[in-house]
Ligand binder design. Structure first.
Ligand SMILES: NC(=O)c1ccc[n+]([C@@H]2O[C@H](COP(=O)([O-])OP(=O)(O)OC[C@H]3O[C@@H](n4cnc5c(N)ncnc54)[C@H](OP(=O)(O)O)[C@@H]3O)[C@@H](O)[C@H]2O)c1
Length: 364
């Protein structure tokens, strides 16, 4: 059982079954009223933006004339999504661009950031500084329960590599662009959001993220994050880590940079994320998850993400590390995880930061 089981159970039910209605919308649009109708001067980068929740977010932003970068590993999936978005929104004044990056390969991150800065600076025009504008970095991509043996390019567990190490490095390298954009923007307008999950509550270790010794060669005891040997636990650990990283970026740089960092549980939505559920949970488990737990389509998840990216209820000084839950409201985190955040550098988040620094050092 996860720590604080009663708390976890009530959060699971209130964020899965007893949900508020979808947010108020513009008369002719599906997006919440706090999204400005004209986003033509804004630039957003949505990782995993050609599928699932990311695509639903891009759909809304592009329909409101934004420039949107879709970051992912498949050029052909991106081309299909872009073609569809352009067909469905022929009147959009926005622009859609693909940025190739594989978050499970640390070697692909810095070249992608360099490429983004080069092309985005040209697109943003003069006066927008090196790297151009970036108003919202939405670290939405993620994988859940791949093959147990699956590894990232550097040999790390696939889930931990894709959901934690890659996005940590990506966010870190994009920090100067975000900081510069914030100087030209209203306070709290420039944001970074991390995809958490209801799994953040369910994550097994006390504190959400922990380390284990994995082997000893007689000289050096190697360690790894809890979850490296179990795909289900790796997913929960990665989602708790995403929350911690939002809090850590926010605590270390948020106010100084003028950038608001937060994290969200988008809700339980029907997407391709559950593609491996049957092989890990059996057909009955898959049926239950697909039909009982995931009862909404991607648009509802997009509402949660858009709240994280746009809601005026989130303020630069007061909401660093805010935890957002369906379909766009603030909540408090599981007490043991929240307690670790309170400890700052000495808590789990501080240790996770150092861990990510170590793992990504050669690729910065
Ligand atoms: N759906 C839910 O019920 C739910 C619940 C809680 C949290 N979430 C979180 O919400 C986020 C979005 O999930 P979703 O439901 O939209 O899932 P999805 O439909 O499977 O989309 C995930 C996206 O991430 C991309 N991605 C995966 N591995 C990648 C890699 N190595 N490099 C670059 N991109 C990669 C995928 O690209 P490819 O197609 O190329 O693999 C895809 O575009 C995830 O972080 C997930 O953990 C979802």
């Amino acid at each position: 059982m996860p720590p604080h089981s009663l708390y976890t159970l009530t959060r699971f039910f209130t964020q899965t079954f007893w949900l508020p209605p979808a947010p108020t919308t513009h008369p002719n649009s599906e997006v919440p009223a706090y999204i400005p109708a004209d986003l033509s001067s804004k630039t957003y980068l949505i990782t995993g933006g050609y599928a699932g929740l990311g695509l639903a977010v891009v759909y809304q932003l592009y329909s409101h004339h934004a420039t949107v970068w879709i970051a992912g590993r498949s050029a052909s999936k991106a081309a299909d999504a872009i073609e569809k978005l352009q067909r469905e929104h022929p009147d959009s004044k926005g622009r859609l661009w693909f940025l190739e990056v594989d978050f499970s390969d640390l070697a692909s991150i810095k070249p992608a950031v360099t490429e983004f800065k080069r092309r985005n600076a040209t697109l943003s025009g003069q006066g927008s500084g090196e790297g151009g504008d970036l108003h919202w970095l939405n670290l939405n991509h993620g994988i859940m329960t791949p093959e147990q043996s699956a590894k990232g390019a550097q040999g790390h567990d696939m889930t931990l590599a894709t959901n934690i190490y890659g996005p940590f490095l990506f966010a870190k390298l994009l920090r100067p662009v975000l900081r510069e954009t914030a100087r030209r923007s209203k306070p709290g307008e420039v944001r970074v959001s991390w995809a958490g999950s209801v799994a953040t509550y369910l994550s097994a270790p006390v504190g959400g993220v922990g380390w284990v010794n994995v082997e000893s060669d007689g000289k050096d005891r190697r360690r790894d994050l809890v979850g490296h040997d179990h795909v289900g636990v790796a997913y929960m650990t990665s989602k708790a880590a995403n929350y911690y990283l939002a809090c850590e970026f926010g605590r270390r740089f948020g106010v100084e940079d003028g950038v608001l960092h937060n994290s969200y549980n988008p809700g339980n939505l029907r997407t391709s994320l559950q593609r491996n559920t049957a092989s890990h949970n059996g057909q009955l488990g898959y049926w239950l998850i697909w039909n009982i737990i995931c009862r909404h389509g991607p648009l509802h998840g997009a509402y949660t993400e858009l709240y994280a990216g746009f809601s005026p209820e989130l303020e630069l000084a007061n909401d660093q590390g805010a935890w957002i839950v369906p379909w766009g409201q603030k909540d408090v985190m599981r007490p043991d995880i929240a307690g670790e955040v309170e400890k700052g550098e000495d808590g789990v988040g501080g240790k996770l930061w150092d861990w990510c620094e170590d793992i990504t050092r050669d690729f910065q």
